[in-house]
Design a protein around this ligand. Structure first.
Ligand code: CAA
Length: 382
């Protein structure tokens, strides 16, 4: 067992770190303030191959593995969690397309997504169906050679800037979770519109919207995967997305630790650096230890994914642990900064707001606990 990055991984880390420090970090506060999608950064990342790190070169990807994608996510999240989330979302959509798309769909969408020329979205959640993914109400009825989609989706990341969406809809209401299918619907298809954009607490600049489908007609060829495979596609892709969320939390935690140490070393009270006080040291030590534990859990999940092994349980463990830890430690980062940390002049205020979403999206942490316990019970019941 080797606990060090390979030379290749270190080079990738350095390359992404430079991009994050030069292109992302200087704009992070502005993106947070304006809440505008950072299209320039996105396009540049596409040109540099940072969006499709773990896609095969055949489809315009960088041909690296998921561990490399985790390394990249951590570096970007240190600069801006919102930008890291945007890049991770692209990888989530690429994963879906690569694993379930037919050759024609892969050729049409993956290279353009890899270059950042087109943007996708993943439309699963609805106003009444979040954690209970199988209870979606959006319907797709076959009419001749076309499916007619009706319904609406909520919380759709990048829904308003996306050129297409992967929408999950019920094709056979009698079959429960086996009656759900996935479709690719392109922007401009009559009846497909973007609704309200949510006003979020954090992760500003990464838009989340409602999508509406009113008698949207798509040919049968727009189905992604097979009929009835939708929920599997969604849950399998979410396993992968959960590793990305864990990586995002790790990056954010690293940034919170760095800023906390700097502040504690420079801030003097009672005639000494506050880093010399044991109650500050207690917070720093817990932050550093949880950061390492979260990092190792995240790398393990990515490693298993790269080995082609099942990683459902490990992805949920990494996501749960890392995101609980980042919430706790971004809170403590503000505590270390005192009143200053509660104000926008210090980055920790943004880290705290950005951290909260990680406990919720790609499956709440309560859902992660369900997934973990199910997998553990299955394993022990053998
Ligand atoms: N990979 C592949 N298939 C899987 C799977 C996995 N990880 N987990 C389950 N499945 C399969 C099952 O085998 C089953 O198929 P069969 O009947 O053929 O065996 C089918 O999927 C349904 O599985 P369950 O019966 O276990 O489903 P369930 O209804 O009991 O729900 C759940 C399980 C874990 C609660 C699941 O619904 C879940 O993960 N919910 C959370 C949803 C979620 O993460 N939403 C986030 C939305 S996206 C987002 O947040 C991003 C954004 O844009 C903001």
């Amino acid at each position: 067992m080797i606990f060090e990055l390979t030379e290749e991984q270190k080079m990738m880390q350095q390359m992404v770190r430079s991009f994050a420090e030069e292109m992302v970090k200087p704009h992070a506060a502005e993106i947070d303030e304006t809440d505008e999608f950072p299209m320039d950064i996105f396009r540049e990342a596409g040109k540099l191959g940072l969006l499709a790190i773990n896609m095969p070169e055949k489809y315009g990807g960088s041909g690296a593995d998921s561990t490399a994608a985790v390394i990249a996510s951590i570096e970007i999240a240190k600069a801006s969690a919102a930008v890291a989330n945007i890049f991770s979302s692209v990888r989530h959509h690429l994963f879906c397309m690569y694993h379930y798309g037919n050759e024609e769909q892969k050729q049409k969408f993956i290279p353009a997504m890899a270059k950042g020329e087109i943007i996708g979205s993943f439309a699963l959640s609805e106003s009444g169906s979040g954690s209970d993914a199988s209870s979606i109400k959006t319907q797709a009825k076959l009419d001749g050679d076309e499916y007619v989609i009706n319904g609406s989706k909520m919380w759709i990341t990048m829904g308003n800037v996306a050129d297409f969406t992967i929408v999950f809809a019920v094709t056979d209401p009698d079959k429960g979770s086996k009656g759900i299918s996935a479709f690719i619907v392109e922007k401009g298809t009559p009846g497909f519109t973007v609704g309200k954009r949510e006003r979020k607490l954090g992760q500003k600049g990464n838009p989340v919207c409602e999508l509406m489908f009113e008698n949207v007609r798509v040919p049968k060829s727009c189905m992604l995967g097979e009929e009835g495979q939708g929920i599997k596609i969604a849950l399998h892709s979410l396993d992968s997305g959960r590793i990305e969320v864990a990586a995002l939390a790790v990056g954010l935690m690293q940034a919170a630790l760095e800023e906390s140490v700097n502040y504690a070393e420079n801030r003097k009270q009672f005639g000494q650096k506050i880093s010399s006080f044991q109650l500050i040291q207690a917070m720093i030590s817990e932050m550093a230890t949880d950061l390492d534990a979260a990092t190792l859990l995240t790398y393990r999940a990515a490693y298993l994914k790269d080995q082609g092994k099942k990683f459902t349980r490990e992805a949920s463990m990494a996501k749960w642990f890392a995101t609980e830890a980042v919430m706790k430690h971004t809170t403590n980062a503000i505590q270390i900064h005192g009143g200053y940390g509660y104000c926008k002049d210090y980055n920790v205020e943004r880290y705290f707001r950005d951290a909260k979403l990680t406990q919720i999206f790609e499956g709440t942490n309560q859902i992660q606990q369900i997934v973990i316990s199910r997998e553990v019970l299955k394993q022990w019941a053998k």
